[in-house]
Design a protein around this ligand. Structure first.
Ligand SMILES: NC(=O)c1ccc[n+]([C@@H]2O[C@H](COP(=O)([O-])OP(=O)(O)OC[C@H]3O[C@@H](n4cnc5c(N)ncnc54)[C@H](OP(=O)(O)O)[C@@H]3O)[C@@H](O)[C@H]2O)c1
Length: 266
């Protein structure tokens, strides 16, 4: 199956909160769940998936390889551990979560290991996350753009990441917008609020519709069933050109996720 354009994120969700969020998401109709080795909730995601009764072929599951597992001899064993926790035979998508700190492991080495994982049937697709333009170029040089299913990056009205988006588009690599609501920060924005009020929508729906209009996949997270439901309904919201342009105007390069081991951003 293709990656559904709206997925449910699970960063920060632990224990029963993670189980409940994924269970609610699947019950409401989400068919795309985003987790990661470092989130410490793959087992809870797996439990909720198993209990949901949703056939395996109907839900798209992504995990991300942590930086300590990027070397050729570590990546596949770590992915196998993720599969056990998730109670799955195969991931739909496996990403390099962050480029290797200080380039300790070459991009080409990790991409080759991911490709091997795909050939072994451990994952249906492979990709990257938090990759800058030079790092995307390295990944393309290693395995070819056609083998890179996505670059998952921080992307919301306050951080529009235009250079990365243009480069990815030029190479046919779709972007997945993480933290699409800027962890709630954009929801009190007056421009977004005014559009939402006029369209009888929520600020979250307007923000997600703006990202979807650019062809990006979005993976908002929520611990609340009503928010999960209304976020999914953003699929039906189509914004007019003027409203899209007004949100385009909100970019202020405000990056919320920038750990000290991260890359030099574009
Ligand atoms: N690749 C990476 O390095 C990376 C980094 C960060 C995140 N991610 C992925 O991206 C996903 C999304 O990012 P995120 O969870 O950090 O931030 P987010 O989705 O931008 O925002 C989540 C916050 O917004 C609130 N919220 C969600 N829907 C809402 C609504 N309709 N109305 C009001 N508030 C709403 C949630 O609160 P409630 O729970 O109260 O609804 C939560 O506090 C993560 O879960 C993770 O899967 C990836």
């Amino acid at each position: 199956m293709h990656m559904p354009l709206i997925g449910a994120g699970t960063f920060r969700l632990q224990g029963q909160t993670a189980i409940d969020s994924v269970a609610n998401a699947l019950d409401l109709g989400y068919r795309h769940i985003d987790t990661a080795q470092i989130y410490g909730n793959e087992a809870e995601v797996g439990q909720a998936l198993a209990a949901s009764g949703v056939p395996r072929g109907e839900v798209f599951v992504t995990t991300k390889i942590w930086t300590e597992h990027l070397a050729a001899d570590a990546l596949i064993p770590s992915l196998k551990e993720s599969l056990v926790k998730l109670r799955l035979e195969q991931l739909d998508l496996t990403l390099i979560h962050w480029p290797s700190p200080k380039a300790a492991v070459p991009v080409a080495e990790s991409m080759a290991a991911l490709l091997e994982a795909r050939e072994l049937g451990l994952t249906r697709a492979i990709g990257v996350s938090n990759f800058t333009i030079p790092l995307m170029q390295e990944a393309i040089d290693a395995v070819g753009a056609a083998n890179i299913a996505t670059n998952q990056v921080e992307l919301h009205p306050y951080l529009q990441n235009r250079a990365v988006a243009a480069f990815a588009r030029a190479h046919g690599i779709p972007l997945t917008a993480y933290m699409p609501l800027a962890y709630g920060k954009v929801l009190t924005d007056p421009v977004i609020g005014a559009i939402a009020a006029r369209l009888d929508a929520t600020p979250a729906q307007v923000t997600l519709a703006w990202l979807l209009a650019q062809g990006h996949t979005v993976i908002p997270s929520s611990t609340r069933r009503e928010n999960l439901a209304s976020n999914l309904a953003a699929r039906a919201l189509v914004l007019e050109v003027d409203d899209l342009a007004a949100i385009d105007g909100l970019d202020r390069g405000e990056r919320l996720v920038s750990p000290d081991f991260g890359p030099h951003w574009d």
